[in-house]
Design a protein around this ligand. Sequence first.
Ligand SMILES: Cc1ncc(COP(=O)(O)O)c(C=O)c1O
Length: 437
Amino acid sequence: MNNSPLDKNLVEEKIKELRIPDVGKASIREVVALVNAVEEASDFKYIRMEMGVPGLPPAQVGVDAEKAALDRGVAAIYPMVDGIKPLKAEASKFIKNFLDIDVAAAGCIPTTGSMQGTYAAFMAAGNTNREKDTLLFVDPGFPVQKQQMMVLGLKYETFDVFNFRGEKLKAKLEEFLSKGNIHSIVYSNPNNPSWICFNEEELQTIGGLANKYDVIVMEDLAYFGMDFRTDFSKPGEAPFQPSVANYTDNYMLFVSSSKIFSYAGQRIGIMAISDQLFNRDYPDLQERFMGTSFGATITLRLLYSLSSGTSHSAQWALTAMLEAVNQGSFNFVEGVKAYGERAKVMKAMFLNHGFGMVYKTDLDVPIADGFYFTINYPGMTGNELVANLLYYGVSAIALDNTGSEEEGVRACVSFVLPPAFPKLDERLRLFNENFSN
Ligand SMILES: Cc1ncc(COP(=O)(O)O)c(C=O)c1O
């Protein structure tokens, strides 16, 4: 690594100081801490691709509405645990306009980010039926959701969908569901980290099996509309964001404001529970939490206990942002397309310097350019690649953090601005020069 653009000893010193036993296996937060430490101790700036943080300014319509709400004094008032009425109404309209799905306003509930939404959902779903004590992650996936399951002390199983796309998905899912212990299926679409998107046939398979085995599908739409191959940005007009909600009533959708509105700091998202699931009585759940319906248990028992609702001013911000997109005066997809444009250029650089793509296609269609992409390098495990890239001033996380069985790393484009592209290109060239021999 003599051609490395940074001081190798400094990286090693910081790895020791932070007591990271195997840097290739470091968690996202450990990679963040290491890169921060190296940057603070030198003039060197990394190309940072490890974190999935929005890199764009927040939607102004939200900021303005939130400021106005604070000026009106909402900070003094506890919001309703299940959300303020205008937000619930706009969220229900949003789901109609962009998914073409009817969900009553009652089932559209703000949470402090989708993070809290899934936490409450896992807790509720995990107690719906004594015989079903296990959740199924269709991986690769968002690592923190597994941490949530660990914190809750709940069981889960997982498989990497890489080799089970299209027609193969049904048999693979049935392998798990037929055992009778699964209460829910979780996946993100578009997928963090791989940016694959299930097609209609795959969603139909998942929905059909959810009906057959009576399991809840938790569809995480953190990157709503960001499959830029199709324009999902016109309210009330096809094409609509694909969803399992077209194929089952046993669903919960998670719409985060973090990426589509770059509103991550205010911690707000919407959990949308189908009317049927919201009103369903599960005797075991009622006994466990002394509640009534599934929906009322989530709001009046779980969200009430967790945070007693979502920040009042942020609810007004999200109301305004959803209202603007529902009216067609704000195109949220246009606002985040920059990520796709960056991904296109960055992927080409990696490929040009000897790297390969890991998750490449949705069956026979190339995946979209979006917030994340996955790359490998010949002869290197994902963990080795993370470690070696760190010595070349590029930070990323290994795919094994995400439940993937493939060797490679996840790259996030959000922090890499176009002026840094020549630097990235040069570092990848040096990396390849060193390792290609
Ligand atoms: C798939 C997925 N779900 C949920 C989240 C978290 O969303 P929020 O910021 O709304 O809690 C993320 C954030 O990176 C994500 O990638």
